[in-house]
Write a protein that binds this ligand. Structure first.
Ligand code: FES
Length: 110
């Protein structure tokens, strides 16, 4: 995913905006990313990805998602229909192994 691609599709919040927010605010919990233009407070598709970006930031890594914006948007389209995240999409974006990924945590950012 390119920095200008949107992580939160509901509120058009790009990866670049989230990176800058994390650098500037250094939020102690992922849920505070919602203060970045409301990211994660709409359909909630992006919540596990926001958590992943926050975790990367916390580890001192450059936050990013290893998925094309097309596949990410398709995953969100399916999510809005089925209300379930495709574990393959989550795994591809975050690199989390099965069972450790955010697909099992569809609820609000904690
Ligand atoms: S994509 Fe972020 S809340 Fe819908």
């Amino acid at each position: 995913m390119h920095p200008d691609d949107e992580v939160c599709l509901c509120f058009h919040v790009t990866l670049r905006k989230i990176r800058h927010f994390l650098e500037r605010e250094d939020p102690p919990v992922a849920s505070l990313i919602s203060e970045c233009l409301g990211a994660g407070t709409g359909c909630m598709w992006c919540v596990p990805f926001l958590k992943h970006l926050h975790a990367q930031h916390t580890r001192g890594e450059s936050p990013g998602l290893s998925i094309s914006p097309q596949r990410y948007a398709e995953g969100r389209g399916d999510y809005r229909t089925t209300h379930a995240r495709d574990p393959g999409v989550v795994r591809e974006a975050t690199g989390d192994p099965p069972g450790a990924g955010a697909a099992e945590h569809p609820g609000p950012v904690e």
